[in-house]
Write a protein that binds this ligand. Structure first.
Ligand code: ADP
Length: 158
């Protein structure tokens, strides 16, 4: 059984994240989307809200599960018997941080590989931060996030 963890803040989940989840679900027997608490990033949505939103959005993908995690990612990966971690790469600007993170995780747990995936080109400009900014200014984010996330943004910003 090949299991991969896709960790992130997902505050909120975007179509770019979903694109990576779909690609990963075709390559692995099981994909676990791991929602980090990330309190220091002052998230708009609670960890439980983000987990619920992702669960609803991946309903149609039978080999994808969603979990919340708080500790060290490599420990969580080991606990779930995952062989790999997936991260998304949008542009060169993502590279430096992601490279550092991947090498640090390898230092912490040699046997867990980090794999990078690129989303569809049209999603390379997409980020949770921009989605929140646009929604906060009253812009239309329907092209960037699943419907349930769009509704959650509206509710949160009311
Ligand atoms: P984190 O706080 O861990 O960076 P994010 O939710 O911002 O959490 O991102 C999780 C992962 O998804 C990261 O690897 C990030 O590079 C990737 N990602 C974010 N947006 C996109 C996108 N539009 N397309 C592909 N990957 C993305």
């Amino acid at each position: 059984m090949r299991t991969v963890i896709y960790p992130g803040s997902f505050d909120p989940l975007t179509n770019g994240h979903l694109d990576v989840v779909e690609r990963a679900s075709k390559l692995f027997d099981q994909v676990i989307v791991a929602v980090a608490k990330n309190d220091d990033k002052r998230p708009m949505f609670t960890q439980a809200e983000r987990k619920r939103q992702i669960t609803a959005a991946v309903k149609g993908l039978p080999n994808v599960e969603v979990a919340a995690f708080n500790g060290l990612l490599v420990d969580f990966a080991e606990q779930k018997k995952a062989q790999a971690i997936i991260r998304g790469l949008r542009a060169v600007s993502d590279f430096e941080f992601e490279f550092q993170l991947a090498l640090m995780n390898r230092k912490l747990k040699e046997q867990i590989e980090t794999i990078f995936m690129m989303p569809r080109e049209s999603y390379t400009f997409l980020s949770s931060r921009l989605v929140k900014e646009i929604a906060g200014l009253g812009g239309d984010v329907r092209a960037f996030v699943p419907v349930n996330v769009e509704r959650a943004l509206k509710r949160k910003l009311k």
